[in-house]
Ligand binder design. Sequence first.
Ligand code: BG6
Length: 472
Amino acid sequence: MGFPENFLWGGAVAANQCEGGSCEGGRGLANVDLCPAGKDRHDVICGHGKSLGKEAVSIYPSEEAIDFYHHFQEDIRMFGEMGFKVFRLSIAWTRIFPKGDEEEPNEAGLAFYEEVFKECKKYGIKPLVTISHFDCPVYLIEQYGGWRNRKMIDFYLKLCRTLFTRFRDYVVYWLTFNEINMILHAPFMGAGLYFGQGENEEKVKYQAAHHELVASALATRLAHEINGENQVGCMFAAGSVYPFSCNPKDVWEAMTVEQENYFFADVQSRGYYPSYARKRMEKRGVYPEMEPEDEKTLRENPVDFISFSYYNSRCASSLSQEKAEGNLFQSVKNPHLQYSQWGWPIDPLGLRITLNQIYDRYQKPLFIVENGLGALDVLREDGTIEDDYRIDYLREHIRAMKEAVEEDGVELMGYTTWAPIDLISAGTGEMKKRYGFIYVDKQEDNSGTLKRFRKKSFYWYQQVIATNGEKL
Ligand code: BG6
């Protein structure tokens, strides 16, 4: 019993949060480059930034990030040392197509990822590639308005074709869009959406979402055509929504919030718009424009597996209650849970509940591609970091995951923690919110040597993998 023998243990990162090298190798400007650290970040990621350029006064953390661009060999060697079976990373779109609408890809960008994949291969690590993790060329935003424009489907498919063909010998696991449901909560970061005054933002978001859903289905088809071994997953920000009380009004509220979240994976996995979504969108006047062939495209090209991030459960109430933070969604504060230093709930049993709910809903293999604890770490003079709080968090979540597999029969392909190495926070742009097993000497004011240090959790995870999750 326990985890299957071929269980994929590993870690997950995103290009814009770790690579840096933002002007190297012919890379073009992307939406993620324009998200500053600090107080303006929230407005910008939500599509309410003042301009589509950089402000002289702000720090843009993705410019250097943790400089994975120049450290990837060292970093992947350490992932190998921990025994990783899989490494989830994303492609910076503008390394491959700097503007987005070029005819030919940029060779330097492709060569960079090829080196990364070769390095993974050296240690027997399989890449799990997110094609777009909060990534959109600024040129496509300026010229076409980002994903609100249907033309984005073609630009995205060109990127997909290039990747599927070039990396055929290295990659079989693909995710089309990271946390596709984030388009509703962080539309500039999620889909390059930038709003004008008085615009019906909800309508734009659902139109853009429809374009991404069609693009995801077409990419799935293309991946299968190019290599029969390819397996394509959807990816959404998950976390069960609990009713605050057993008052039916709270239960109803929780159910509708949950449906809003499931909408994307429902379409990507079942292949059609669920009736609850149709009705509600029609009623609110935000039902997207579709082409006649879209229904068929969605129906014929569902994903092979379901992947998701899980940081915490959420809670909903029909009345106004005290709020809690959590992965760009706010929710009602659950009095039964502990909270992280960033105010995110900690709920390992919620992971087991979430796994059961998703598996019941789709009956397809699941993959947890993000789970972890953002915390303040202290680097001691002797170069050690005692991050027992992170070990506790991960241990309890892995235990819950094991119970879901062993006792509830959930089919789970793998688990990649967010993140194996410290990197820039997507939500806040902070460096001090650390998630890694590897500490990076990079500080909030952009200073630091970029030197890497193994934390206590590094050795702990190494042993978890070596025993296939038996020794926690
Ligand atoms: C997910 C994203 O939303 O959560 C990651 O896919 C992100 O990109 C992670 O980093 C953790 O959130 P944060 O805001 O702590 O970085």
